[in-house]
Design a protein around this ligand. Sequence first.
Ligand SMILES: Nc1ncnc2c1ncn2[C@@H]1O[C@H](COP(=O)(O)OP(=O)(O)OP(=O)(O)O)[C@@H](O)[C@H]1O
Ligand SMILES: [Mg+2]
Length: 279
Amino acid sequence: MSIEIQDLHVRYGEQVAVSGLSLTVPEGSCFGLLGPNGAGKSSTIRCIATTQAPTSGTIRVGGKDVATEGAAVRALLGVVPQGLAVYDGLTVQQNLRIFGGLYGLEGAKLAERVKWGLELSQLGAHATKKAVELSGGMKRRLNIAAALLHDPKILIFDEPTAGVDPQSRNHIFETVRALHAEGRTVVYTTHYMEEVEALCDRVAIVDHGKLAACDALPALLARAAPTGFHVTLKAPAPLADVRARLEAAGFDLAEVAAEGRTLESAFLELTGRGLRDAS
Ligand SMILES: Nc1ncnc2c1ncn2[C@@H]1O[C@H](COP(=O)(O)OP(=O)(O)OP(=O)(O)O)[C@@H](O)[C@H]1O
Ligand SMILES: [Mg+2]
């Protein structure tokens, strides 16, 4: 199940949020959607999720048009919104039941998925606590489970790890990784680049509502000229010499650090490399 966005525009009055965005999220990919604050990521996600109508442009989810086949699109998608969307006055279990019901689950199937949601979020011990009593990280985990109860084929996470502690962050991260490994297509938005490097195979960077780059992760990384190099000399040389020769070659050096200095290398440097029993 892929997502195809073509020439998407989103405006809020005079404010342009998305300006001619076209991109494809291939089936089975784990797709990082990156961009600075205000780049238009959440606006794009809301249009995919059918919770907001684009100003213009088309979006197809698994071949279904968001404009005309909203219900079919919503059945394919699990969207974890950036803002927490749980009912504070209801318990963890009640929240899961309500969201399951919204997706049309009932009876034994609903009970089974609520149990799955409690396991996924590891909130089983807090099932009867009201959402208002949960910590931020626990609420995030509930938010995620609630959005995935109907076992959707495509999962969209809008900054799922923002403001959570390392334990919850790790749990959320591993959850996303496992769900992707089971064959689901994932769109993942975050400001933590290391999460994207560890998780995503394809990355789009949007800026000012436009696509700045969209490529496989290794290809995208290869575009940035490196500033650090690891050079190994065939024979030992004084650090000052190496530095001087690199400078003479015209490089503007920030740091040249020596490596591989062992007691053995110091010993050999001081006593020479020739065999003693040969002399
Ligand atoms: N409901 C709204 N009404 C008016 N302007 C909005 C609305 N939602 C978003 N915007 C504006 O649209 C632009 C894009 O916002 P959006 O939330 O899509 O960006 P984002 O990439 O998700 O940013 P962030 O990383 O901060 O979540 C911003 O200038 C924002 O102020
Ligand atoms: Mg956002």
